[in-house]
Design a protein around this ligand. Structure first.
Ligand SMILES: Nc1ncnc2c1ncn2[C@@H]1O[C@H](COP(=O)(O)OP(=O)(O)O)[C@@H](O)[C@H]1O
Ligand SMILES: [Mg+2]
Length: 277
């Protein structure tokens, strides 16, 4: 099953501005976890907005779960693809966490009992069940984004798409979101697309797509991504410090089978190779 497909898509915001996407093709299979990376302005959010019908392409076709997006089925498509955006503050409508998760369900005329069941279930999935009666503005950034994820999960989407959902969070909040996404992936095997410019976040993805100037620059696996670190730097991506160190150390004979995304992994690899020396 194909979860998301862009077929020969052309998109621009205005007739007198350049194409943001030009003959763009992308296929994401069901149950994949994909990270989409790229510098600012490379077209990532445009892809997200096209995928849930917030924008319509000037040419080409977009399919979600094998259904082509048309102006008349956008509502149905949005049920299939749940989106979480950057700013946690902009995603709240309810006065309590429960109301907030309920909002999207009320819009879909779901029976009250089923609604209450789904609210509990989705808050449990993100580890926020103890906060049902809390006011959203008292939560930490990471907790707010977890509630935003719960609101989306309550709709039972086939795809979860996070557009820079960790960009405004502190390191702890970022960790919370990564752990949540990883646990959803393990519990539910949901198709997940994480748009980010933080290369550390790719650790939980199976596949990494690097965007540059509205086109796919690389489509690879997480393990292999840093083999082309020079190219990545040349298109404005920052290589994580632990990977930079590993690249330097390789010149001194320290072998790395995969580049470490975390400091702890770097230390562990060095320690093991030290024991062998
Ligand atoms: N609402 C808009 N109107 C006009 N141009 C836009 C709009 N949103 C984005 N763009 C332009 O489209 C290009 C891609 O933007 P975007 O998809 O937001 O990139 P990213 O999410 O990778 O930072 C950029 O050149 C940006 O300036
Ligand atoms: Mg963006």
């Amino acid at each position: 099953m194909v979860a998301i497909e862009f077929r020969d898509v052309y998109f621009r915001y205005n007739e007198d501005t350049p194409w943001v996407l030009k003959n763009f093709n992308l296929k994401i299979e069901s149950k994949e976890t994909v990270a989409i990376l790229g510098h600012n302005g490379s077209g990532k959010s445009t892809i997200a907005k096209l995928a849930n019908g917030l924008l319509m392409p000037q040419a080409g076709e977009i399919f979600i779960d094998d259904r082509k997006i048309t102006p008349t089925n956008v509502w149905e498509i949005r049920q299939k693809i749940g989106m979480v955006f950057q700013n946690p503050e902009n995603q709240f409508v309810g006065t309590t966490v429960r109301d907030d998760v309920a909002f999207g369900l009320e819009n879909r005329a779901i029976a009250r009992e089923e609604m209450l069941r789904r609210i509990q279930e989705s808050l449990q999935q993100v580890g926020m069940e103890a906060y049902e009666n809390h006011e959203p503005h008292h939560l930490s950034g990471g907790q707010k984004q977890r509630v935003a994820i719960a609101s989306v999960m309550a709709i039972h989407p086939q795809v979860l798409l996070l557009d820079e959902a960790t960009a405004m969070l502190d390191p702890r909040g970022k960790k919370e979101i990564l752990a949540t996404v990883l646990s959803l992936k393990e519990q539910l095997a949901i198709t997940t697309v994480m748009i980010t410019h933080d290369l550390q976040e790719i650790s939980i993805a199976d596949r990494v797509i690097v965007m540059n100037k509205g086109a796919i620059f690389k489509d690879t696996t997480t393990d292999k991504l840093f083999n082309s670190h020079q190219e990545l730097q040349s298109i404005g991506l920052t290589i994580p410090l632990s990977v930079q160190l590993a690249i330097e150390l390789e010149q001194y004979g320290y072998p790395f089978s995969t580049y470490p995304l975390k400091q702890e992994e770097l230390i562990e690899t060095l320690w093991k190779s030290h024991l062998k020396m």
